[in-house]
Design a protein around this ligand. Sequence first.
Ligand code: CP3
Length: 345
Amino acid sequence: MSPVSKPFLETLRGQARAVPPIWIMRQAGRYLPEYRALRLKARNFIDFCLTPELAIEATLQPIRRYGFDAAILFADILLIPHALGQSVAFLEGEGPKLEPIRDAAGLARLSDARAAEILSPVMESVRGIRASLPSETALIGFAGAPWTVATYMVEGAGGSDHTIIRRMAWQEPVLFDALIDRLVEATSAYLMAQVEAGAEALQIFDTWAGSVPAGLFERAVTGPTARIVAAVKAKHPDVPIIGFPRGAGGHLGPYARATGVDGIGVDHMCDIAFAATVVPPNVALQGNLDPVLVLDGGPVMEDEARRIVTAMKGRPFIFNLGHGVTPPTPPENVARLVAVVRGAN
Ligand code: CP3
């Protein structure tokens, strides 16, 4: 155990603090001029993520600027399909493009034989970040949840209705479940390796949980996430895990109970006071300021941030946005947000 108390970790262990810890999703990235300059040093985004020197620096940039309570490893959820041998490209201005997997033959081409080796630079980054962080700052490791990663693997791109994978899940359950099983296995191993390298908490991003029909929610979201949490905790019982089932407000209670996560990321579509009524009181809540408020800053952002902090008084709570900070956000608005949440009127 570290002798220095880290507010972010104390909160995930169930402590309600007078001043909530704060970090923000996508805190490292394109809204920071120093990130845009660093990004030019790699040919493509995957290379950037797999170059420890660059990933370490990108992780530390927002910590230096804002003194967030937690740093999040700089990497991407699509490193898992890349490591399993699927072709993944990030095209400028278009988002990710993958060679889609639509049948058993496509699934059979995935291989985890080299996954640990391909992902080993990420573990080097984790070790480097841990060695450079201030003693009060926690390091979050992360991965995408199986459903969200599978949407990219099957659809071949981003998008939001996910018709192809939903049809696969209903009509070809054996194929769908086999893909999810592969991801549960690969993701559990990847997260355990991050903990062994020095990650002190984990977040499982289920960005597209909101596109799962209710009748598939247990098979696509809750069940696979519960299996990852159980696998990680069997080996590392003390590592806190945050689940972020974005867009799945109506399922938050069952999700929290069935997965055994220590914290729940709440998006800005869900009323965080409602979340507090359905999620067990020892499970920390994290969220949920609308990221568009940080674009404009000013009194609307400040009042809404204060309202959220007030609503969460007495509850283990981590301040965050409801989703990632967007690239056009002025960095000074983020500085102001941090000051407001920490109580500097
Ligand atoms: O501070 C951080 O959060 C940095 C680490 C991080 C990135 N992606 C860096 C990134 C994390 C935690 C992620 C998670 C991630 N990646 C998610 C889940 C979180 C969420 O926002 O919903 C998802 C769905 C992805 C997949 C992904 N990666 C997409 C759809 C894109 C393209 C769209 C976009 O925002 O550009 C990416 C690329 C990406 N991942 C960038 C960064 C900084 C931008 C690429 C670049 O800088 O060239």
